[in-house]
Structures are given as structure tokens and as C-alpha cells.
Design a binder for this molecule. Structure first.
Ligand code: GLA
Length: 389
């Protein structure tokens, strides 16, 4: 569904459930990271784009003076949050992303309005496409619309990130919430996670597309391993005597190799290399040099697989199939994207070969793993928007 169709759909769902039309409609996209993985919490660069998959909410003032009710139109479940006092964690579990954002606004002195809300997400859940960031940023955008008080998009992204840390218990970096809040149609976002300076990198060449390949697996060890990787990077920085791995060079790392464990060395090698690959890939995109961008994507995958050890068999299978199809078959590059341990790969492909590549990846992946992949192409989409209100 396009965003316009989605807006019409959620308005109808709101009206069916609450018996009146909504006053506001807001949406925030999921994302795919083209390159720059596990660099955001190391003060590095990331290069994500917003995808044409959204969390969308329709809302209207509620008759109940202190309740914020969200009806999930897909799972047919309602979360009711008491907003008369400070909002805390609660049930159902998914409501914590929303609760965290409401609490963030309260901390800024904003009184949360009582609202009836209908909600839908077309971002696959747990697929590594930032469905939770989309939900957080969508909620923040709704509060902006309903209070008539917009906040700076960077502040909004940070507020959403804090919700994820404090209410969902995930020590994520800033990439996902930033791209959902700041994405621009037709552009990737080169984000310097140290200075928070952003640069929009146009990607409008009609001859290429980004394909998202969802392996439809999610290995449970993911969340614990994420925190472990962060700690290993901090260890490496300490041993190297730098504030973060952003400040370390490959030379420095080689010299210090004997002073760290092999695991810590390899984690740092990925991060230091990936920060460099990301700025080079951004340059390649500016010049529409697709073969070069593709090579950096493959290099990123190998480092994530061998040094950072956050890939998994299913992600590796997708990348191997992409390599088999190769440049002749229209694939420039492919890599796992997001936190890892399942979720999605992203492939840079020739537009006129999208159909054939999709068929081939789907068939070979099924043959090798027994699992159906979900594959879609997306143009770089816009960040969070107020559609009505
Ligand atoms: C998850 C986190 C991000 C980032 C990626 C890895 O998506 O939420 O902040 O660290 O993993 O690049």
C-alpha cells in the first residue's frame, strides 16, 4: 500500500472502531541501512534510508479525560494508558514503545492529551527494519500534531531512542530513530553519529534499486549479543587509549594487536574498517558508481560475518546467492543489514533485473533453507509526516 492508500485505510479503520472520523493522521517509516553497521554506538558514520513501509496512526480527542487508547488494527488489541500522572512501563508489551515516548514528552513538560488512536504498521515486526523506531517516532509525531507543538527532529529522534533504552531495554544507537525522523524522499542519510551532523545523499538514478530480502528468521541470542558487542568495542577503545573507535586508525589497531584478545581485535577491525567503507560508499553513491558501492557492501558483509560475528547461516545464504547471480545478472552488492542474527539483507541491483533477481533469490533461498523469504524493492522514502491535522 502507498502512504496515501494507507492513510485512507487507517482513517476507515478508525471510523469503524470509534464511530467518528479522526482529526489527525501521522506516519513514520521503517528503514534499511545501506552500509555502516554497528558503527553508530562507536561514534561512526551510518548510511540508512527510510523505506516505503510505515507505522501509521489516526487519532481524535478522547471523551475519557485522562486516557490514551491505542487500538492495533492488525492484532485487534487495545492498549489503554493512563496519562493523568507520569507514564510508566506496562502491558501489553508493545505499548512500552508508546509509553516511553509519552514519558519523554512529559519529562519535557508537555501534558499528554487524552486521545483515541487507531494504529497499523506495514514494517515487518522483528525483521531488522526498525519497526520499533517507526512506532516510537510515529507516536512522537502524533503528540506534536495533537499538541500543535512541533519539536526539533533531532530532539525527537533522541527522545524516541531514550524510549527504546528505558522502556524496551535495548541499548540501541541513534541510527534507526534518526532516519525515521529525518529521512527525505529520494535520499539516503549520511549521519555522523558523533557530531549528529547529517547529509542527504541523493539516490535518484532510475537504473538501480535497493532490494530488501527478509530471511524470515530471528535468532533469539540477538539482544544479549548486541550489548556484548558494545562492551567489546569499549574494551578495544580503552586499550587503544581513544575515546571511541571513531578515533582509531587501522595502523594503531595493528600496533596494539598483541595487547588485546583476538575477539576484541576483530570487533575493532570491523568497526574501524566499516566507518571508512561507509564514507567511501557515500562518495560512490554521489558519483553513481554502483560497482564500487556494491564492492563495499560485500566487504561490509564479510566483516560482519567473520570479524563481528553477527550474521547467521540464512543471511550468508542470501549473500552467496546474490554473488552467484553476480554483476552479469544485475547484482552489484549485497549484505546483511541491521543488528544481525536474522532479519534482512539489502542488495543493490539493476532496476531492469529486479523481477528475475527476486525470483532467483526466492527460489534458491527456499531450496537451501526450506524457508520462504519476503522480498521487496523500495525507493528512499520521506521521514515522519503529519498527513492530516
Ligand atoms: C540496531 C540498532 C542500531 C544499530 C544497528 C547496527 O538496529 O538499533 O542503533 O546499532 O543495530 O548497525
Amino acid at each position: 500500500m502507498t502512504l496515501k492508500e494507507l492513510a485512507t485505510h487507517i482513517a476507515a479503520e478508525f471510523e469503524k472502531h470509534y464511530g467518528r472520523p479522526p482529526r489527525w493522521i501521522v506516519a513514520a517509516p521503517g528503514r534499511v541501512n545501506v552500509i555502516g553497521e554497528h558503527t553508530d554506538y562507536n561514534d561512526g558514520f551510518v548510511l540508512p534510508m527510510a523505506i516505503e513501509r510505515y507505522a501509521i496512526m489516526a487519532a481524535d480527542p478522547s471523551a475519557a479525560s485522562s486516557s490514551f487508547s491505542i487500538y492495533d488494527t492488525h492484532f485487534k488489541e487495545t492498549a489503554t494508558i493512563d496519562v493523568s500522572g507520569p507514564v510508566g512501563k506496562g502491558q501489553p508489551k508493545w505499548s512500552n514503545y508508546i509509553r516511553g515516548v509519552l514519558a519523554g514528552f512529559q519529562n519535557r513538560g508537555v501534558k499528554i492529551p487524552a486521545l483515541d488512536v487507531a494504529f497499523l504498521s506495514t514494517v515487518p515486526l522483528g525483521g531488522g527494519l526498525s519497526s520499533s523506531a517507526a512506532l516510537e517516532v510515529c507516536t512522537a509525531t502524533l503528540i506534536e500534531a495533537a499538541t500543535g507543538r512541533p519539536i526539533d527532529p533531532i530532539e525527537k529522534a533522541l527522545l524516541a531512542q531514550k524510549a527504546e533504552h528505558d522502556f524496551a531495554g535495548v541499548p540501541c544507537g541513534i541510527m534507526d530513530q534518526f532516519i525515521s525522523a529525518l529521512g527525505r524522499e529520494g535520499h539516503l542519510l549520511l549521519l555522523d553519529c558523533r557530531t549528529r551532523k547529517t547529509e542527504l545523499v541523493p539516490m535518484r538514478d532510475p537504473s538501480v534499486e535497493l532490494l530488501v530480502v527478509n530471511t524470515n528468521v530471528k535468532h533469539e541470542l540477538g539482544s544479549g549479543e548486541y550489548a556484548k558487542r558494545r562492551a567489546e568495542c569499549e574494551d578495544a577503545a580503552r586499550i587503544l587509549g581513544v575515546k571511541s573507535l571513531r578515533d582509531a586508525t587501522p595502523d594503531q589497531l595493528e600496533k596494539a594487536k598483541g595487547r588485546m584478545s583476538d575477539v576484541v581485535y576483530r570487533r575493532a577491525r570491523h568497526v574501524i574498517g566499516e566507518i571508512e567503507r561507509t564514507t567511501h560508499a557515500a562518495e560512490g553513491i554521489r558519483q553513481s558508481n554502483w560497482p564500487t558501492v556494491g564492492q563495499f557492501m560485500y566487504a561490509s558483509h564479510y566483516a560482519l560475518r567473520d570479524d563481528y560475528e553477527v550474521s547467521c547461516q540464512e543471511l550468508d545464504v542470501v549473500v552467496e546467492i546474490a554473488e552467484d547471480i553476480g554483476y552479469q545478472g544485475g547484482v552489484y552488492g549485497c549484505r546483511m543489514t541491521g543488528g544481525g542474527f536474522g532479519g534482512c539483507c539489502v542488495a543493490l541491483v539493476k532496476s531492469d533485473a529486479v523481477e528475475a533477481i527476486t525470483k532467483k533469490i526466492a527460489a534458491d533461498y527456499k531450496a537451501k533453507t526450506g524457508i520462504e523469504a519476503a522480498i521487496f524493492a523500495s525507493r528512499p522514502a520521506a521521514g515522519a509526516t503529519i498527513i492530516k491535522g
